[in-house]
Write a protein that binds this ligand. Structure first.
Ligand code: SF4
Length: 246
């Protein structure tokens, strides 16, 4: 049995798979407490599942739910909309809090559709339990300037990125007007030390009122700093928010 908060179909709005349609499985709970967090991930007795993929009509499902129920929904949606979905994205909260359960769930799902893990990149031991089942890993590196309350997580991020080698891994950092150049240098140093070809996505901070929390000139400055140290640096805002999608 596993607690989910949401299961729905939408367009991936971030990182390497931005623009791909995915089935999203949002799990509850997180080990961090980022300032900019916009996700309801507290564990409740009710999860919300789209009645039909893409309808935005969410129905309440008692939690926790059996692992096979998640596989069954994904199989049903694949049969209903053949070819529409590129992959299934496990997100949170922090999905790796459930690594034991995911190690049992992922093999069945992967027979149906590729698996993408969205993670805050701090739980390398848990990643080791599931990484052989993953097709894509999108890991965050949390900048003290924008994530704030998480403190310094550099060592954990480095351990995580090293553990993720062999998977299709990319790194995302949320940048704002408050982001300082030494933070970008640190991110680049970690990536260059482990695998310099790892794609790095600079994601402009989205403020609570929906506006972008970084001026274009500062964003371009940070992009220049990173691009001088890594070969694959891209800037992508959260596209699903522009679309008004789930
Ligand atoms: S890691 Fe993600 S889900 Fe967890 S607090 Fe930070 S932004 Fe929210």
């Amino acid at each position: 049995m596993i607690h989910i908060s949401e299961l729905f179909s939408s367009i991936q709005g971030e990182g390497l798979l931005a623009g791909r349609r995915q089935i999203f499985v949002r799990l509850t709970e997180c080990n961090l407490d980022c300032c900019y967090c916009d996700t309801e991930f507290g564990r409740t007795e009710i999860g919300r599942v789209e009645s039909r993929p893409g309808s935005a009509d969410l129905i309440n499902i008692p939690q926790p739910m059996p692992l096979h129920a998640i596989t069954d929904i994904i199989a049903e949606w694949q049969a209903l909309l053949p070819g529409a979905h590129h992959s299934v994205s496990f997100t949170g909260g922090e999905p790796l809090l459930y690594a034991d359960l995911l190690a049992r769930l992922f093999p069945d799902i992967r027979r149906i559709i590729p698996i993408h893990l969205e993670t805050n990149g701090t739980m390398h031991l848990a990643l080791g339990q599931v990484k052989r089942h993953l097709d894509y890993i999108s890991m965050d590196m949390k900048l003290p300037s924008t994530a704030g309350c998480t403190g310094q997580l550099w060592d954990l991020h480095a351990l995580f990125l090293r553990e993720a080698q062999g998977c299709n891994v990319s790194v995302k950092v949320v940048v704002g007007d408050v982001t300082e150049q030494h933070e970008i240098f640190k991110v680049c140093e970690i990536i260059a030390r482990i695998n310099i070809d790892t794609p790095l996505f600079l994601q402009p901070l989205t403020l609570p009122d929906g506006t972008i929390g970084i001026k274009a000139a500062h964003l371009l400055h940070l992009q220049e700093l990173a691009s001088g140290r890594l070969p694959d640096v891209r800037v992508i805002p959260q596209m699903h928010k522009l679309l008004g999608a789930l």
